[in-house]
Design a protein around this ligand. Structure first.
Ligand code: KG4
Ligand code: ZN
Length: 351
């Protein structure tokens, strides 16, 4: 089964061709990525310090046919061998239009995939396949969510950000520190170079709040953290940028880890799946590994052990391969879209 997927939800024009090789035994689906083209618009948006919607539209429009050609060529198969077209929703209308036209012209069924489903399903390209029930932590520029899945395509949102998304807060703090866009990788690079002063020297560390870390629910809030960095920088204009980056990053990680731990204790999933742009963050990845190791040691019962599935780094950011993986499972369930009824906009919710 071969799927051609299109992803145009933000500043990347991406098309991938994925082949599903079937499942070896129970639920062990194997995939082969035939092509994965991501044309980033970062350079175009960089001077503006963020994504400019009109520029993004123009670029998608211009790039879609080019990216399609490349994706097909690289896949080494003819369009006749494609079984379905998948497209991310919500997306800008040209992505949707493009997919609708393609599906009609090529006479293929159309499948819509929520962008967040894609980030979750990126982990199906790990060496092992996640098992249900699973807990997913999605951390991107637009979302911070904890999602419970008891089976394929079945989502229950356990918690989400009430204001800024985790990635958004990285981008905003990076802007305050006059670092480039997107801010996440910049902050992460700077933070890696920071060595916190030893308390023995009597030097105080910069410390930021961990909003909602002890709240009884599984929701998040990052806007207050961002504001406290802003106030700190106003009062300390010559503060060490490495320290600010590292301490800000640690505050975000602490909250993400604490809430994930809480969700694990409450829902006892078999797998923890982590995806979205921020999941490329090295410090976050190692904190998650430590969390799972600690949890598995604590429970001392191999039956309840959790396996961690971090999105492969090359699939953490937006890409069309992850959309194709989610579409594969929709295709198995014959969940096709009515090409005439697919809308471009609207804030689609999981679940
Ligand atoms: O999933 P994604 O590529 O696009 C959205 O769906 O939003 O996520 C983009 C976000 C940006 O906010 C970016 O700054 C952040 O992911 N990001 C990172 C890192 N790499 C990308 N944040 C922290 N550390 C990173 N290494
Ligand atoms: Zn994304």
């Amino acid at each position: 089964m071969r799927i051609l997927a299109i992803e145009t939800s933000c500043d990347e024009t991406a098309i991938a061709v994925l082949e599903g090789l079937g499942s070896r035994g129970k639920g062990q689906e194997k995939f082969k990525v035939l092509s994965n083209i991501v044309l980033s618009q970062i350079k175009i948006h960089k001077p503006f310090g963020g994504v400019v919607p009109n520029l993004a539209k123009r670029e998608h429009q211009k790039n879609l046919p080019i990216v399609l050609k490349r994706a097909l060529k690289e896949s080494g198969i003819s369009r006749l061998k494609i079984d379905a077209i998948a497209v991310t929703q919500p997306a800008l209308w040209m992505g949707i239009n493009f997919a609708q036209e393609l599906a009609q012209n090529w006479k293929k069924p159309l499948i819509t995939v929520n962008h967040l489903e894609g980030h979750i399903y990126a982990s199906w390209l790990s060496e092992r396949i996640p098992e249900f029930p699973l807990l997913a932590l999605i951390v991107s520029g637009g979302h911070t969510e904890l999602v419970l899945m008891k089976k394929h395509l079945d989502y229950k949102i356990l918690g989400e950000t009430l204001d800024d998304a985790a990635g958004e807060s990285f981008d905003k703090v990076a802007k305050m520190l006059k670092l480039g866009y997107p801010g996440g990788p910049e902050i992460s690079k700077l933070a890696e170079k920071y060595l916190p002063p030893s308390p023995l020297l009597g030097k105080e560390r910069v410390l930021f709040p961990r909003p909602m870390i002890n709240s009884p629910n599984l929701d998040f809030s990052f806007s207050g953290l961002k504001t406290s960095v802003l106030y700190f920088l106003r009062e300390n204009p010559s503060a060490n940028k490495k320290a600010v980056a590292a301490e800000f990053q640690q505050a975000v990680i602490d909250v993400l880890i604490k809430k994930t731990e809480k969700a694990i204790k409450k829902y006892e999933p078999k797998s923890l799946v982590v995806g979205g742009g921020v999941s490329a963050n090295k410090a976050l990845r190692s904190s998650l590994e430590i969390l799972i190791k600690k949890h598995n040691l604590e429970i001392r019962n191999s039956k309840l052990e959790i396996l961690l599935y971090l999105s492969p780094i090359w699939l953490t950011g937006d890409n069309a391969t992850m959309i194709a993986v989610a579409a594969y499972f929709k295709m198995l369930g014959k969940k096709f879209a009515n090409p005439k009824k697919v809308k471009a906009q609207g804030n689609l919710k999981l679940g």
